[in-house]
Design a protein around this ligand. Sequence first.
Ligand SMILES: [Ca+2]
Ligand SMILES: [Ca+2]
Length: 161
Amino acid sequence: MKKIITMMILMAVGVASYSLVLFDDDFDQSGTNLAGWKRSATTKVVKNTGSYKNGLASMKLSYNGSVETYINTSMFKDMVLTFKMAKTSLETGEKVVCQYNTNGTWVTAKTLLNTATNGTLYSYTVNIPLCSILKIRFVLNGNATADYAYIDNVKLVGNRK
Ligand SMILES: [Ca+2]
Ligand SMILES: [Ca+2]
C-alpha cells in the first residue's frame, strides 16, 4: 500500500510539474527591434542594455509608452505567466501595469506603484485562464519623458490540453 501511495504521489508531482514553454523573451538576443512586440511608439519602447536588466538587456518604456504581444494558446491549459518589472522616477499616481486579454477585455494582472524601490526588478506570477489567443501588454502610466519602466523575462508556460 505504501508503495502504491508513493507511486501515486510521484505521478501527481510529475503531471503537475510538466509544462511546455509557449513564449519566452529575455530580450537578450542580438538586434534592437524587439521582435514580436507591437510598440505604441518606437521612441517610447526600446531595448535597454543599460541599468535594470537581467542578463544582457531588458525592455524599457518611457513616458506613457505601452507594448503588446499575443500568443496562440488554443492548445494549452494550466497556463502561468511570469515576468519582471522595475521602475524609476515615477511620482504619486504613476505606475507600471501588466494586463492580459483573453476575450476582448483587458484585465490588470499586476501593478508596480511609484512607491516601490527604484530600479529593483520585481518578479510576478499570474495564472492565465483558458483562451484561444492570449494578449499581453505592459503599460507605463507616466507623465513625462523621464518616467521609466523596465520589463524582463516574460515567459508563459502551460500544459497541452
Ligand atoms: Ca534580459
Ligand atoms: Ca512623472
